[in-house]
Design a protein around this ligand. Structure first.
Ligand SMILES: Cc1cc2nc3c(=O)[nH]c(=O)nc-3n(C[C@H](O)[C@H](O)[C@H](O)COP(=O)(O)OP(=O)(O)OC[C@H]3O[C@@H](n4cnc5c(N)ncnc54)[C@H](O)[C@@H]3O)c2cc1C
Ligand code: FES
Ligand code: FES
Length: 1324
């Protein structure tokens, strides 16, 4: 209250109009004028679109600018350049108040299914580029904005446009292929006749009224008041400086990409915001005699344009600094961020991992600082950054501009950024180096080495630089530089961010790259310096992505198949068009109920503790709060869980993980509920937590049972072996990162305790049971409805009930609808992920490479409850030999009970971890024998008639066919030869290749789950409504089910519809999981359709020339039921661990992949050069969907094995809680060449229409990339004389790759001794 008054007065004094309220904010959305009289400075454009305008096409995926789901296009008329600008932005970070006189275009504004699709929408749908569709509107809008600026883009432009967009389902390839049709490189792959033509002249025009308003705009400051914040938009520099003088603590906001994140995730409150967008001086670009001056509010995109123009027009020696800045900008965030983020924002944030500050510092840039009393120029050096996120600026000052100088004739500048992922990622280490030589010599006159990520601020390696001044550029200088830098750029072993050895090594490795680059340039200038030998040249190359290409091969349907029979045809996902236009309705898109409330969870900040007290008094005072919920408020049972009921809905006195749900706050709005939840104070009595697998082993903290599968005679096997070796491996966990987080809307029905829930879940029945238990009502009062999910991947199989039960309890208590969609950070914190695994093995083998004995032990980090962990560890055991025959074998599986959020199902369900360890011992066997791993794998591959360790005979095996086809399609032999040659010719980059098979068992391992139901209604107009137990999460299940029904009923698919999955239509369903949903639900639907067909038969016989509608009508009038239930249970399965007998699986899916990679031994980065996959999916029901599953699973596996790393503190706090710190594969991570082939002529008579399950099996094939990386590392180690097996844990991150490539630089940065320090993060 006081604060609002204060800012109001301040406005009057400084001439900024405030009146008693706010100014009018005028902007346009999809051509419609909006006049907002109460613009809230805390509201983002995304919230406004979704909640106020009901435009739910724009999605919320992360709220931190990291996923692109919220991408919209802004258009603005720039008066001083008379230019109309169109640019993509993230609506989740755009403050509503920044939109004055801006036109916003959302996905709804460019086309719709009802009206007409825009070609950008149509092509992504038709190219199969939309699976769950949650990312699709954002990708559509990124492409649309690109085309508005450049109707004939190149592929490279498109790839750049997508740097800020993520998709977790498709694997990106189909999106790029679909949109390639817009580029100059368009190929004949797609028939242009299949698409509506693209005519850029037909685009929606910039609103004429807005043009007039913009042109006629008189100098006019703006002021908007909110509850806690005032937004001031001054119109002149003087006014801006006066305001800053009066309000030194005011935040200057340009792009809000830093401040927005601070407010949302760090709970910062800034009562006064100063937005200098209207001030020309801050956006000006001035060319001077010795450089270019950029106003501090210049966006990074604009800066890049200006620098590129300068590079084209100036002599090369003048543009070394500009090129270095451009190189950093290439990998700086995504386009949506660069379009709004300002250069001044990057400098003033003073982040130690800023990408631009090192270049500015190395180049000696000058900054102009101003306050109302005048300006001063300062050099950007180590005096400017005074501490972590602090600068020498006085609070009343602002940064006016930065002067970036031309380089000198004898100056060379390079910049480097090393991050876990290349695209849109923050740096681990970022560096810029500038050297100036005494003219005509190689003697160093000036040297600046600037690093980010090595201290709390950007730093200069001054001591090292000073030592090198006056020295010639040669080997001695290099030696001295490395020794000195290793000392100067040291890090505390406990430093935030960890990776201490890696970061230190990087400083040396990057300097070495710079050294070689400069040597080359000096030679080009004719100086007599040492030659860069050809084997070192690749170390100087700057990475530029190559445009990917792909091939998909599948079997066409038999000639003569009826046109109406769509089984086997690559038909589009039935919702794809709606998904591309934003019309597809997800759970949080359900319109707000009039009396609806919002819920926010209260979670534990301790891993293991007793709750001493909960104080809600502060939270009660927060505006909008309606009620709190704790365990005592649960009317029914507080117990919860999956197979075992070992959890609570709300914590009961004890918490067992960080993120454990203790209670909830219900308030009028989301923001109010979240603020109140944060204001709840909880006192704990802490207990010793168990966080890691190693801690669990040490304390014997295991859940029971400990499973064993054993076959043959282990002792004898080892006795007969020529060699025995032992090894171990850790496989990190994985976050599901479905683009749509967990969400539930619970609506009490007002009578008999009835409750309707809209939930994004794979398990409606399980949700129904737990909600009924919590409410203390029978299950028949609870209806769970699932229209579609924005991705699931197993993450919504059991853990969704954590939220849905609490929301239902709240709705029941208040008798009002209650909604909650978790924020991304909450979802990551609370809901668990893929189990981290540790595997230990002893393998016995013959000289030939044949494996004769294996003893393997798995430890899975289950977390604080059983959930599905037992079945997951069992599946790891069922896959412990992957695809290899091992006659004498024992596998044991331990479930580690730890204080992490319970880990859960994730595509592959333990299988990938089981097989990953298998490939580790297989590689060890080959390496220890000096044989190629492919030779040893092929030798041990299962053949027809072999039986598994669990005594299942492999009858219809296609492994050998997949293997041989993969070997030939990939050109393995030629590649191997070329790789060996490449590796001989290159010291610092190495290539590697690996071929990996997979065999994946299909069936739920819990027998009772292998059942499904379906309900089919035929209406009297002949239309058919299908309902079955499966849920749609993007995998195309509903599409396949319509195909199945269409074939059985013999009617076109256009007559068939699926509306949703609901517990009141098909009851007692299994979760949509285990890849088995098409098999199970397809068979149940077939059963129902056949029953109906039988009922229609007499009417067909009576009227053979009649139509479907005639028969249906006749049956109806004859009082025949046109509704039928179908049921299916998988026959002949059931396995018993005690006796190691019975059939564990109905059948197996097989596949083989060959991948080739290139690693940069100095930085640990790698490129995915090529992947060839051959997958047996039986007779594909829909090859387009199946290829989508193969590619999507492969890319998810690629993330698991090479990129995605969850970091936990030693106290069990998840440190990676959003796309900013947790990196899933992006567009740039797809292999440059990707071939996917579905095995021909391989019908599988154990599933519907001879098809096979495909959802999970291909995921493991991504391990071929991991083992190709391992192969490349082996080549690098050989250069240092190290051969033989070595341990490489998963993921093969840049850090692990670099550390494993042992060389002269790594030796200078040894690991600190374990146990002598507390690490920032631990391997869980
Ligand atoms: C998804 C995402 C990706 C990112 N990727 C990168 C990356 O790759 N590399 C990187 O270095 N950074 C990255 N960032 C950080 C951020 O985008 C940059 O620092 C950006 O340049 C900030 O500019 P802005 O205009 O958005 O700043 P704002 O958020 O508007 O402001 C940032 C800070 O600067 C101050 N400030 C701004 N202008 C002035 C001025 N003229 N005078 C005084 N103070 C001022 C503000 O008061 C505020 O404290 C990323 C951020 C996000 C959200
Ligand atoms: S929701 Fe805006 S970028 Fe993710
Ligand atoms: S289709 Fe892209 S996230 Fe699901």
């Amino acid at each position: 209250m006081e604060r609002a008054q204060e800012t109001g007065n301040m406005g009057d004094r400084t001439g900024t109009k405030t009146r008693s309220g706010s100014d009018e904010l005028i902007f346009f959305v999809n051509g419609k004028k909006i006049v907002e009289k109460n613009a809230d400075p805390e509201m983002t454009l995304l919230t406004y679109l979704r909640r106020k305008l009901g435009l739910t096409g724009t999605k919320l995926g992360c709220a931190e600018g990291g996923c692109g789901a919220c991408t919209v296009m802004l258009s603005r008329y720039q008066t001083h350049t008379k230019q109309l600008l169109h640019y993509a932005i993230n609506a989740c970070l755009a403050p509503l108040c920044s939109l004055h006189l801006v036109a916003v275009t959302t996905v709804e504004g460019i086309g719709s299914v009802a009206r007409k699709l825009h070609p950008v929408q149509e092509r992504i749908a038709k190219a199969h580029g939309s699976q769950c569709g949650f990312c699709t509107p954002g990708i559509v809008m990124s492409m649309y904005a690109l085309l508005r600026n450049n109707p004939t883009p190149k592929m490279a432009d498109m790839e750049e446009a997508f740097q800020g967009n993520l998709c977790r389902c498709t694997g990106y390839r189909p999106i790029l292929e679909g949109y390639k049709t817009f580029t100059v490189e368009a190929t004949s792959l797609f028939n242009p006749a299949e698409f509506a033509p693209f005519d850029p002249t037909q685009e929606v025009i910039f609103p004429p009224e807005l043009m007039t308003l913009s042109k006629d705009r008189k100098p006019h400051s703006l002021c908007f008041h909110g509850e806690r914040m005032t937004w001031l938009q001054p119109d002149s520099l003087d006014e801006f400086l006066n305001l800053k003088w009066k309000h030194p603590d005011a935040r200057v906001v340009v792009g809000n990409t830093e401040v927005g994140v601070e407010v949302k995730f760090k709970n910062m409150v800034y009562p006064v915001i100063l937005a200098p967008t209207f001030i020309p001086e801050l956006s000006a670009v001035t060319h001077t005699e010795n450089g270019i001056v950029f106003g501090a509010a210049c966006t990074l995109s604009h800066m890049a344009v200006v620098l590129r123009q300068a590079v084209e027009s100036l002599p090369p020696h003048k543009t070394e600094v500009f090129l270095a800045v451009l190189e950093q900008l290439r990998w700086f965030a995504g386009v949506q961020i660069r379009n709004v983020a300002a250069v001044g924002g990057n400098i003033m944030t003073a982040s130690p991992i800023s990408d631009l500050n090192p270049v500015f510092m190395a180049a000696g840039c000058k900054l102009t600082l101003v306050d109302k009393d005048g300006s001063r120029e300062v050099q950007m050096d180590d005096g400017f950054f005074t501490g972590y996120r602090r600068t020498a600026l006085r609070p009343q000052q602002i940064l006016l501009s930065i002067h970036i100088p031309y380089s000198k004739k004898t100056q060379f500048v390079s910049a480097y950024k090393q991050s876990p992922r290349r695209e849109d990622d923050i740096s681990i280490v970022t560096a810029a180096m500038s050297v100036t030589f005494t003219p005509g010599t190689d003697v160093v006159e000036n040297l600046r080495l600037s690093f980010g990520g090595m201290a709390p601020t950007t730093v200069l390696a001054k001591k090292t630089a000073n030592r090198l001044i006056g020295r010639p550029w040669g080997e001695e200088l290099l030696e001295e530089a490395c020794n000195s830098m290793a000392e100067e750029m040291s890090l505390d072993p406990s430093v935030p961010g960890g990776m201490v050895t890696y970061r230190r090594t990087l400083t040396l490795s990057l300097f070495y790259k710079f050294y070689l680059t400069v040597l080359q340039k000096l030679r080009l200038q004719g100086l007599k310096v040492a030659e860069v030998t050809s084997d070192c040249l690749s170390a100087t190359e700057v990475y530029h992505p190559e445009t990917p290409s792909s091939v998909q091969i599948y079997q066409a349907v038999a000639k003569g198949q009826n046109q109406d029979d769509v089984v086997g045809r690559p038909i589009m996902h039935l919702s794809a068009m709606k998904q591309a236009t934003g019309e597809a309705v997800y759970c949080d898109d359900v319109p707000l109920y009039k009396n609806e409330l919002y819920l926010s969870l209260i979670t534990s900040s301790k891993a293991h503790a007793r709750i001493l007290s909960i104080d809600t008094s502060g939270a009660e005072r927060c505006p909008g709060v309606v009620c709190f919920l704790f365990a005592d408020d649960i009317p029914g049972s507080n117990t919860a869980g999956s197979l075992k009921f070992d959890e609570t809905v709300l914590a009961d006195g004890e918490v067992t993980c960080v993120g454990h749900i203790i209670g909830a706050v219900v308030a009028k709005t989301q923001l109010q509920a979240q603020r109140a939840a944060k204001a709840v104070r909880i006192e704990y009595e802490e207990r010793q937590p168990v966080i890691t697998i190693q801690e669990a082993i040490a304390t014997q903290s295991f859940y029971q049972p400990i499973r064993t599968i054993q076959k043959g005679d282990l002792e004898l096997g080892f006795k007969h072996a020529d060699h025995i070796l032992e090894g171990e491996m850790h496989i990190g966990g994985q976050e599901h990162f479905y683009l749509e987080t967990n969400v539930t809307l619970a609506v009490p029905r007002g009578e008999d305790g009835e409750m309707e829930l809209f939930v994004s879940t794979q398990a409606p029945t399980h949700t129904q049971s737990l909600v009924a238990m919590a409410l203390g009502v029978p299950a028949n009062r609870v209806v769970v409805r699932v229209k579609r999910m924005g991705g699931g991947f197993g993450g919504k199989e059991s853990r969704t009930t954590l939220l849905s039960t609490v929301v239902a309890v709240a709705a029941n208590k208040l008798k009002r609808p209650v909604r909650c969609m978790l924020d991304r950070d909450e979802d990551m914190l609370i809901t668990g992920g893929r189990h981290p695994f540790y595997g230990k093995y002893k393998v016995g083998f013959l000289n030939s490479g044949r494996v004769v004995a294996l003893d393997v032990t798995y430890y899975g980090n289950a977390g604080n409850s059983m959930d599905l962990s037992q079945a997951i560890v069992e599946r790891a055991l069922f896959h412990m030999e992957n695809s290899y025959r091992v006659p004498n074998i024992r596998g044991r599986g331990f479930l580690c009970r730890t204080n992490l959020p319970s880990n859960t199902a994730f595509r592959g369900f333990g299988g990938p971890q089981g097989m990953m360890v298998a490939e580790s011992w297989m590689t060890d066997v080959a390496q220890s024998l000096g044989k190629s791993p492919e030779e040893v794998r092929r030798l041990n591959l299962y053949m027809k008639g072999d039986s598994t360790p669990f005594n299942q005979v492999l009858d219809q095996i296609t492994l050998d066919r997949c293997w041989d086809e993969c070997m030939s399609r990939s050109g393995y032999q030629q590649r191997r030869i070329a790789i060996d040659l490449y590796n001989r010719q290159n010291r610092w980059t190495k290539r590697g290749i690996a071929v990996v098979p997979t065999k994946f068992g299909i069936s739920f391992t819990a027998l009772f789950l292998n059942q499904a139901g379906a309900l089919v209604h035929i209406y009297t107009d002949g239309s058919v409504l299908l309902t079955h137990g499966g849920t749609e999460m993007g995998q195309g299940l509903h599409t396949k089910m319509v195909q199945v029904a269409s074939r059985v009923l013999g009617i076109p698919s256009s007559k068939i519809h699926i509306s949703e999955t609901s517990t009141n239509t098909v009851p007692n369903t299994s979760a949509t999981a285990a890849s088995a949903s098409s098999d199970l639900n397809g068979a149940a639907l077939k059963n129902a359709c056949e029953i109906l067909l039988k009922r229609l038969e007499p009417f067909k016989a009576k009227n053979p020339n009649g139509t479907w509608e005639d028969w249906v009508k006749a049956a109806y009038f004859d009082r025949v039921s046109l509704s039928a239930n179908g049921f299916y249970k998988t026959p002949n399965i059931g396995y018993d661990f005690e006796t190691n007998s019975g059939r564990a699986f109905s059948y197996f899916s097989y596949g083989v992949a060959c991948s080739e990679v290139e690693i940069d031994c100095l930085t640990g980065s790698h490129k995915n050069l090529s992947t060839t996959i051959v997958m047996d999916v039986g007779n594909s029901l829909n090859p387009a969907i199946d290829i989508g599953q193969v590619e999507g699973a492969f890319m998810q596996g690629l993330g698991l094995f090479t990129l995605e790393e969850l970091h936990y503190s030693p106290q069990g706090v998840l440190l990676t809680r959003g796309p900013g710190s947790y990196k899933i594969p992006a567009f740039g991570d797809i292999p440059t060449q990707l071939t996917v082939s579905l095995l021909r002529d391989a019908p599988n008579y154990k599933a519907i229409f001879a098809s096979k399950a495909v959802g999970e099996p291909p995921l493991f094939l991504a391990s071929s990339v991991f083992y190709a990386i391992k192969d490349a590392i082996s080549a690098a180690r050989a250069e240092s004389g190290i051969t033989g097996p070595f341990r490489l844990d998963s993921p093969a991150s840049a850090e692990r790759i670099r550390n494993a490539c042992s060389d002269r630089f790594t030796k200078l940065c040894p690991l600190a001794e374990a146990g002598t320090f507390i690490p920032w993060s631990v391997q869980v």
